[in-house]
Every structure is written in structure tokens, then in C-alpha cells.
Design a protein. Structure first.
Length: 69
């Protein structure tokens, strides 16, 4: 798996998940529970991960919508 980005912005993360899902790219969000346990103060960002074989396509899609990954 490859990391596309880390963020503490739950709205941005949700939007990016929707973008990837609409393009048929499966993803995993890591550190969600840890982030919640620490009180969501921003100390532990959530990581958006995709399979190695989907990484280039996912980065291209995010770039097309104005996101850097």
C-alpha cells in the first residue's frame, strides 16, 4: 500500500474518499481510531492509503481535482 496523503481535515478526507470511490479506486484510511482516541486535537493525522497498483492513477485523479498527493 502507498500513502496518498495525511490530513487532520475530516471534510477534505471525506471528499477525497468520495472522489476515489467514484473512480472505482479502493482505499483504506489508517489512524482513524487513534486520532479519535487522542481527542481529535490534530496530533495524529489520518492517512489515505491505496494499493500499489492504483497509486499512480489515484494521484493523477487527485491532481485533476486540484489536490496534491
Amino acid at each position: 500500500m502507498q500513502e496518498l496523503l495525511r490530513t487532520n481535515d475530516s471534510v477534505r478526507l471525506s471528499w477525497l474518499q468520495s472522489v476515489l470511490a467514484s473512480e472505482g479506486i479502493e482505499f483504506v484510511v489508517l489512524d482513524t481510531h487513534t486520532s479519535i482516541l487522542e481527542g481529535s486535537i490534530g496530533a495524529i493525522p489520518r492517512r489515505l492509503m491505496v494499493a500499489d497498483e492504483d497509486a499512480k492513477r489515484a494521484r493523477d485523479i487527485l491532481k485533476d481535482v486540484g489536490e496534491t498527493a
